[in-house]
Design a protein around this ligand. Structure first.
Ligand SMILES: Cc1cc2nc3c(=O)[nH]c(=O)nc-3n(C[C@H](O)[C@H](O)[C@H](O)COP(=O)(O)OP(=O)(O)OC[C@H]3O[C@@H](n4cnc5c(N)ncnc54)[C@H](O)[C@@H]3O)c2cc1C
Length: 264
C-alpha cells in the first residue's frame, strides 16, 4: 500500500524549561553526543505538547553556558538565537522532554550556542522551547525506505526506524563519526531492522554530506517510486543533490523529507 506523508501545523507555543539532567551518550574524537532532559520550570509548561512525527523538532533558546538567564523582550519572547533539535522522547504527565545534542570541541572548550550549553550549563539552567511548529506524519506502510543522515540527523533517523518497525526493507546511509557507539542501546541506540542494508560513510570535514549525496545517487532507482519513502537530512549542501536524485527516481519531493540540518 502506498504511504502518505501529511503535514499538520500546530499553534505557536513557548514553554519555560530547566536543565534537569544530562547524559553523555557517546564520544568520537573531540565530539560528543549529549542527551539533555529538560524539565518544566513550572507545572503545566508542557501541557498540550505533542510530537507524533519521526522528525518533529523544537527550537530552543538557552542562556550562557555558565547557566545565565534567557534574555526576553517586553512580551516575554526570547531575544537570543534559537537552535533546532529533534524531539527524542517526552512525557507531558511527568513534565520532561529529551533532546540529543551533538557537541563539537574538546571538553571545556565546546563550540556553539547549544553545544557549549549542553556540555557545561549547570543543572537547573533555564531554557525556552518553541514548537513544534507542525508535524510531518508518515502513515501507511512504505514498500521500502531510504534513510540517509549525518550525525545531526541521528536522533531523527532513530525515531523513523522505531516508527517504521522491524519488517521494513531498504537502505540506511549514515555519514557519521560515531560508528563505534551507533548500535549500542545505552549509547546512540540505532536499531536497523534486518531488511535494511546499512552503509556507514566517512565524513569529510571539508565536504560534509558529500559522501551521503554520492551514496544516495548511487542507489538503484525504485521499481515503484510511490512505494519508496526517502528521508535525507544533513549539511545544507545535501539538499540540491538529494532533490536531483529524487527527481531522477520519479519521486515527488513533497513525498519525502529532505532538509539541511546545519550550515558549514
Ligand atoms: C529539523 C532539524 C532537526 C535537528 N535535530 C538535531 C538534533 O536532534 N541534534 C543535533 O545535534 N542537531 C540537530 N539539528 C542541528 C542543530 O539545529 C544545530 O545546527 C546544532 O545543534 C548546532 O548548534 P550549536 O549552537 O551547537 O552550534 P553552532 O553555533 O550552530 O555552530 C558552531 C560550529 O559548529 C559547526 N557545526 C554545527 N553543526 C555541525 C555538525 N553537525 N557537524 C559539524 N560541524 C557543525 C558550525 O558550522 C560552527 O562552525 C537539527 C536541525 C534541524 C533543522
Amino acid at each position: 500500500m502506498p504511504y502518505s506523508l501529511t503535514r499538520h501545523p500546530f499553534p505557536p507555543a513557548q514553554r519555560r524549561l530547566r536543565l534537569g539532567a544530562r547524559t553523555v551518550l557517546a564520544r568520537a574524537g573531540a565530539d560528543a553526543y549529549v542527551r539533555l532532559r529538560l524539565v518544566e520550570a513550572a507545572p503545566g509548561e508542557l501541557a498540550g505538547f505533542i510530537a507524533p512525527g519521526g522528525g518533529d523538532h523544537v527550537r530552543v533558546v538557552v542562556g550562557s553556558a555558565d547557566g545565565g538567564s534567557v534574555a526576553v523582550d517586553e512580551t516575554g519572547a526570547p531575544t537570543g538565537e534559537a537552535r533546532t533539535e529533534t524531539v527524542v522522547d517526552h512525557s507531558v504527565d511527568e513534565g520532561w522532554i529529551d533532546l540529543d545534542v551533538l557537541v563539537h570541541g574538546e571538553p571545556g572548550a565546546e563550540l556553539g550556542l547549544i553545544g557549549a550549553w549542553a556540555a557545561r550549563a549547570p543543572l537547573g539552567s533555564p531554557a525556552v522551547m518553541m514548537g513544534p511548529k507542525g508535524s510531518v506524519v508518515l502513515s501507511g506502510a512504505p514498500g521500502e525506505v531510504v534513510l540517509a543522515g549525518d550525525d545531526s540527523a541521528l536522533p531523527a533517523v532513530r525515531r523513523y526506524l522505531r516508527m517504521l518497525g522491524p519488517s521494513i526493507t531498504g537502505h540506511l546511509l549514515l555519514e557519521t563519526r560515531f560508528e563505534a557507539a551507533l548500535f549500542t542501546p545505552a549509547a546512540l541506540g540505532i536499531e536497523p531492522p534486518a531488511g535494511l542494508r546499512v552503509s556507514i560513510l566517512n565524513p569529510d570535514p571539508q565536504r560534509p554530506s558529500a559522501a551521503l549525496a554520492d551514496a544516495l545517487a548511487a542507489l538503484p532507482a525504485p521499481a515503484a517510486p510511490l512505494e519508496r519513502f526517502v528521508f535525507a537530512c544533513g549539511e545544507q549542501s545535501l539538499v540540491a543533490p538529494a532533490r536531483a536524485t529524487l527527481a531522477a527516481w520519479g519521486i515527488d519531493v513533497e513525498r519525502a523529507v529532505v532538509k539541511g540540518y546545519w550550515k558549514r
